[in-house]
Design a protein around this ligand. Structure first.
Ligand code: FAD
Length: 508
């Protein structure tokens, strides 16, 4: 019997996909790697229950077949693509919000719930799950936990991991565990434990929740999440600041923190991004400066007015001369209009170079805040050295930068050069004392930087991986360099014509 036939014997017929056309859907995510080299799995399985996941894992463990979990495939690292064959396990049909506990400010949900949909539902109870990726309308909470996604509000509220209280995980051999408290929360076919945990904090033992958050599906499959929530802040304000010099923009971030203010977001657009936004939305008519910063503050109404005024006051000496270069507002319409500039930038950068593709590689570094100006200049040098235009934006408050490389994907030499750009950007991040990935994760594309990034700690990660997954079936080819495929810049690769790499929404 073929693998698909075996799987059909285990699961319902409609859940097993094996036709080449349908499998192509599962052969890529938002990474440049998988656009250059899509990898269909041998089969895809659409899980409709935790029991499906358990049966699949038991079978694959017994037969040493690789399993790659998949949420919405909005990841930019090849993380949910079966680079070593086997089965892609699609979890987006497990999309129920199982419980919203308003008094205890927590929710239990399945991994396939889409982030924006969760927050739309929570808003009815004036609650919010604060992590805020640009992919909110696509990314699943399971994928966010697996990648420890961050987003714009991370500067104040931290990453997804800070808001995960517990997980149900199916381990590679099919065993189910719950982390973060006594078992029994959520729906289960197994009898609940003695005390259905609602604890919002715990010091009991090793923090297994944190082990699975950010493991990118290499240690097990998340089948439920218990999430911490907070009340929606009642008020917001925004500050817009224009800078003649990148260095001043970087310094402005430090000045604001030194003034004792923690904004809920600090975003930067460099000169190319500002030009792109103006081309894309001429009505915005932003002044074309070296850098534009947006600060958001949230809290109670008098508090946000005070913070916004303080930010404006603190950064004015660094901003471009002239009254119009710093403004702040609590007007919802003005706030929405300014965030519009930030939210269209991912789509807008494509307008800088007609017929170009955005190559998602070397797209997600994070450096110490004090190194941001130097890093921004160095990215411009890399752009010149390889003759590839780069437009950079990002969550500058935490040092997270998204260089957007624009290439003609039909030109093999540009494809070769952009891979060199990615290498240089990753090396730059490490040289600055930062990381090759601030929020998108390692997947296959950054695996070869992990020895330099972690040193001997990588071996401890390997030992943990081996202890939980001795047969190496969980998402092989990710995080660990010895398993990851090599995509060398020297390889002659041509992006297939008509293969779109530009997404029409806000990356990062
Ligand atoms: C336009 C755009 C904007 C973005 N903006 C941001 C941003 O602001 N901040 C940010 O952090 N990221 C951002 N991203 C990256 C991406 O959206 C995040 O990494 C997101 O968390 C991925 O979720 P997903 O459901 O698409 O997961 P996938 O891409 O499907 O999978 C990601 C990883 O998680 C694993 N996985 C998925 N589900 C499970 C599960 N249930 N159990 C175990 N492992 C699992 C997969 O195996 C894979 O390794 C952006 C991406 C795009 C395309």
């Amino acid at each position: 019997m073929s693998l698909s036939d075996e799987l059909r014997a285990l699961l319902k017929h409609s859940q097993v996909i094996d036709t080449p056309a349908a499998l192509r859907t599962y052969s890529y995510d938002a990474s440049f790697l998988t656009q250059l080299s899509p990898q269909p799995p041998d089969a895809a399985v659409i899980a409709r229950s935790e029991e499906d996941v358990i049966s699949l894992m038991r079978y694959c463990h017994e037969h040493s077949i690789p399993v790659t979990p998949r949420g919405a495939a909005s990841g930019q690292t090849g993380g949910c693509v079966a680079l070593r064959g086997g089965v892609v396990l699609a979890l987006n049909a497990l999309n129920r919000i199982l419980e919203i506990d308003v008094p205890n400010m927590q929710a239990v949900c399945e991994p396939g719930v889409v982030h924006a949909q969760l927050n739309e539902r929570l808003a009815q109870d004036k609650l919010i799950f604060p992590p805020d990726p640009g992919s909110t309308r696509m990314a699943t909470v399971g994928g966010m936990a697996a990648n420890n996604a961050h987003g714009m509000r991370a500067v104040k509220y931290g990453p997804t991991g800070a808001w995960v209280l517990g997980l149900r995980v199916v381990l590679p051999d099919g065993t189910v565990i719950e982390t973060g408290g006594a078992p029994g929360w959520g729906e289960s076919s197994r009898p609940p434990g003695p005390a259905h945990s609602k604890a919002k904090q715990s010091s009991a033992g090793l923090e297994l929740t944190k082990l699975f958050v950010g493991a990118e599906g290499t240690l097990g499959v998340i089948t439920q999440l218990r999430l911490k929530l907070m009340p929606i802040p009642p008020a917001k304000a925004i500050v817009l600041a224009l800078f003649d010099q990148l260095e001043n923009a970087g310094q402005a971030v430090q000045v604001v923190f030194a003034a004792g203010i923690t904004p809920s977001a600090i975003e930067i657009l460099d000169e190319r991004c500002v030009r792109a936004v103006n081309l894309y939305r001429p009505a915005m008519n932003l002044p074309e400066v070296e850098a534009l910063l947006l600060f958001e503050v949230d809290g109670n109404p008098p508090g946000v007015e005070y913070d916004a005024a303080q930010i404006a006051h603190a950064i004015r000496p660094l901003a471009k001369p002239g009254d119009a270069s710093v403004e702040w507002s609590t007007e919802p319409k003005r706030i929405a209009a300014l965030w519009e500039a930030r939210s269209v930038v991912g789509a807008a950068v494509g307008t800088l170079r007609p017929n170009s593709n955005r190559a998602y590689c070397g797209e997600d570094i994070c450096v110490p805040v004090a190194k941001i100006p130097e890093t921004l200049r160095a990215i411009q040098d890399i752009s010149k050295r390889h003759n590839i235009p780069i437009a950079t934006y990002g969550h500058i408050g935490g040092g997270s930068l998204h260089p957007g490389h624009l290439i003609d994907g039909r030109d093999p030499d540009e494809v070769r050069r952009v891979l060199l750009v990615a290498d240089d950007v990753h090396a730059l991040a490490l040289r600055m004392g930062g990381t090759t990935t601030g929020e998108h994760g390692v997947g296959a594309v950054r695996a070869r930087f992990m020895p330099e990034e972690h040193g001997p700690a990588l071996d401890t990660m390997r030992r943990l991986k081996h202890a939980l997954d001795p047969r190496g079936i969980m998402n092989p080819g990710k995080i660990f360099p010895e398993e990851a495929p090599l995509l060398e810049a020297e390889e002659p690769i041509v992006l297939p014509v008509g293969e779109p790499t530009r997404v029409a929404v806000d990356p990062g």
